[in-house]
Write a protein that binds this ligand. Structure first.
Ligand SMILES: Cc1ncc(COP(=O)(O)O)c(C=O)c1O
Length: 402
């Protein structure tokens, strides 16, 4: 944890816990590193579904080429927060009002998921034009990864693409710029590059055979984040170098990537305190304020969320402070379910009631994928480290109750 973040974690009043802290300078530096690694003709879109916090979006807007959204709600939200941003609208099951809204607000790209969706779009277009990519569900082997999207209800089988070309023959306002693929999540750079190599070669062949002027291939997100080894960050330099080699073989092509998790995971902290320590059948448990209804990431991905203990030496109660020393402890939340586990059997030197615990890597698919309403506990507060990073320079959001 950066000293500035630690300062804020320690300075937060008890009443503000649990709290999310977004370290914006850290995010800025990270996204700059990503951008610097990417060659020309690779455009970086941020997948807003990973974390659409307004300050996070504004910070990223200065460094990314645009944003990928996957619903009308995200479309309106991103448009409101960063009005000038280029937006690509993807995702399955777009409704007629969502497509209309996308057309009305000048969405830069639409990622079309099916022939039906394309037909629906053509009925809404009027005399406008729209740039689209067709999303392909290509049967390629992605190896062992966290999540496979290919073979599911995402995009269309290659055979369906030809039917889409027929539809577009009578819809001149629909301009096909290329193809879109998001086939897996949790890929490291070498496997990501293999995938990009395969799909871009496939896309070129497909386009050449059909006389399509292929200008763009969006290869999706899915860059891996290793929650078991936080310092092992995705190798953006290797990805950038590999993409440059691939682009050399496709001189007219622009590649787009749309990562989410690997961009924002590292800037977020979920900070809380130990409410109770108990031993059950020989195992130590620390019950924390909050839980997976605020930070569902470890439950969703079945991992232990990495954390740091911030000792608080003040203890004013007249009984011995419950603690666990030099033994594994399971960190659970306040929910009435055995699934409310944030980290399981992790060795700690010492953890006491009243100590603070800061969970790292809580900046992506964290608060926004959590089941906030369950048990009606208060929501966390939200804080942003900014500028010099000093706690007094941070932008503190009021307790959110919505
Ligand atoms: C179409 C699409 N693009 C991009 C992403 C972002 O993926 P990640 O956060 O793993 O980089 C997703 C995630 O589900 C997606 O469905």
């Amino acid at each position: 944890m950066r000293p500035e973040t630690l300062g804020l974690v320690a300075a937060l009043p008890d009443d503000d816990l649990p709290a999310y802290i977004y370290d914006l300078p850290e995010l800025r530096e990270h996204v700059r590193t990503i951008r610097a690694a990417l060659p020309e003709r690779v455009e970086l879109l941020y997948a807003a579904k990973a974390n659409s916090d307004p300050a996070v979006l504004r910070t990223l807007a200065e460094h990314v080429h645009g944003f990928e959204v996957a619903s009308g709600g995200e479309l309106d939200h991103v448009r409101a927060i960063v009005p000038e941003a280029r937006i690509a609208f993807g995702g399955p099951g777009k409704t007629q009002p969502e497509l209309t809204r996308a057309l009305d607000t000048g969405t830069e790209r639409l990622h079309i998921e099916s022939e039906h969706e394309l037909r629906l779009l053509t009925t809404l277009l009027g005399d406008r034009t729209v740039d689209i990519l067709l999303r392909v569900n290509l049967p390629v082997d992605v190896g062992r990864v966290a999540l496979t999207m290919g073979g599911g209800a995402f995009g269309m089988d290659p055979a369906q693409l030809d039917r889409c070309l027929e539809v577009m023959d009578s819809a001149p306002g629909v301009r096909l710029l290329g193809l879109h693929f998001h086939l897996a999540s949790g890929l490291q750079a070498p496997s990501h590059l293999q995938l990009v190599d395969k799909v871009s070669a496939w896309a070129e062949n497909w386009a050449r055979d059909r006389g399509v002027d292929l200008r763009e291939v969006n290869v999706g997100g899915g860059m891996g984040v290793d929650y078991t080894h936080p310092p092992r960050v995705f190798d953006w330099a290797a990805l950038g170098a590999g993409l440059r080699r691939i682009l050399d073989r496709h001189p007219r092509l622009t590649l787009r990537i749309e990562p989410g998790r690997s961009v924002t995971a590292y800037c977020g902290w979920y900070v809380t305190e130990v409410l109770d320590i108990k031993f059950s059948r020989g195992h130590a448990f620390a019950v924390l304020r909050g839980g997976t209804h605020h930070l569902r990431t470890p439950a969703a991905k079945q991992h232990d969320q990495p954390f740091e203990v911030i000792a608080d030496d003040i203890w004013l109660r007249p009984w011995n402070r419950p603690e666990v020393r030099d033994e594994p402890v399971t960190l659970v939340g306040q929910l009435c379910t055995p699934k409310d586990v944030l980290a399981s059997r992790i060795m700690v030197e010492r953890l006491r009631v009243g100590d603070r615990v800061a969970f790292a890597m809580a900046g992506a698919y964290a608060w926004n994928i959590s089941h906030h309403a369950f048990l009606m506990h208060p929501h966390p507060t939200f804080h942003h480290l900014d500028y010099a990073g000093a706690p007094d320079a941070c932008d503190t959001y009021a307790r959110q109750t919505s």
